[in-house]
Design a protein around this ligand. Structure first.
Ligand SMILES: Nc1ncnc2c1ncn2[C@@H]1O[C@H](COP(=O)(O)OP(=O)(O)OP(=O)(O)O)[C@@H](O)[C@H]1O
Ligand SMILES: [Mg+2]
Length: 233
């Protein structure tokens, strides 16, 4: 499909949430640079700000201070219309809760990102069916997400995040609640599909296996980002 990973750069990014009349500073000057096509894991204890950081990189929220760039775009400086276009064309999201739409079938859930990116018709349907086949979800095509197992739901969530060939994939705990084998399956799918499309991938996780899978491991600690491990390639 479409190719080309997007570079990601965060500079001095700060984010606070109101708390008990004051402010709770979650991100206190985060710097991050991901090369196009790079695959990184984001670690840190619950509540440290992983989801917050992914939301900023995906333009689902704006930073209080600092700069977020993806590819050529300065997300903080763009009007909502352009952000919307960026989200539809360039972004693949695996949300922490899966984000599947319960009133759409499996196939319809998978077609939606293609439609939002301006692709419909027989070619789009063929692409969706081919991906379902590959993920062994073909027989579930006309079922609703509620009728899927946890592993099937997470495979579908990953499929949905990559089918439109986004340059950046942000995955929030894509393997949460899965057992070892299912977890490896989801990771393999995410890795293969992202690699085929050259996408840059950032995965928030508590899972050491995801960290082992990633080329690069980062940790959020007291509102800042630390490099845990970096490998060539
Ligand atoms: N919309 C919000 N309003 C107020 N506080 C928020 C909001 N979103 C997140 N927070 C707080 O910000 C902190 C960071 O939340 P975040 O969801 O980014 O953590 P996380 O690292 O993803 O945690 P987990 O591993 O449990 O998913 C938490 O203390 C959370 O309660
Ligand atoms: Mg989270």
């Amino acid at each position: 499909m479409r190719g080309g990973g997007l570079a990601v750069s965060l500079e001095g990014v700060r984010k606070a949430y109101p708390e008990g009349g004051g402010l709770r500073e979650v991100l206190r000057g985060v710097d991050l640079s991901l090369a196009p096509g790079e695959r990184a894991a984001l670690l840190g204890p619950s509540g440290c700000g992983k989801t917050t950081l992914l939301h900023l990189a995906g333009a689902l929220d704006r930073p209080d201070a600092g700069r977020v760039r993806v590819g050529e775009l300065d997300l903080g400086a763009l009007p909502e219309r352009s952000l919307d276009r960026f989200r539809r064309r360039s972004l693949g999201l695996v949300l922490q809760d899966g984000g599947l739409l319960p009133t759409l079938t499996v196939l319809e859930n998978l077609l939606l990102p293609l439609e939002l990116a301006g692709r419909r018709g027989p070619a789009a349907r063929a692409a969706a069916r081919a991906l379902l086949r590959r993920l062994e979800l073909e027989e579930a095509a006309n079922r609703y997400p509620d009728a899927l197992s946890g592993g099937e739901r997470q495979r579908l969530a990953v499929a949905r995040a990559v089918i439109h060939g986004p340059g950046l994939v942000l995955a929030d705990e894509p393997t949460g609640s899965l057992d070892g084998e299912r977890r490896r399956e989801v990771l393999a799918v995410l890795g293969d599909l992202a690699a085929e499309r050259g996408a840059t991938v950032l995965v928030a996780t508590h899972d050491p296996e995801v960290a082992a899978w990633a080329k690069r491991v980062l940790r959020l600690r007291e509102g800042r980002l630390e490099e845990v491990r970096e490998e060539a390639g």
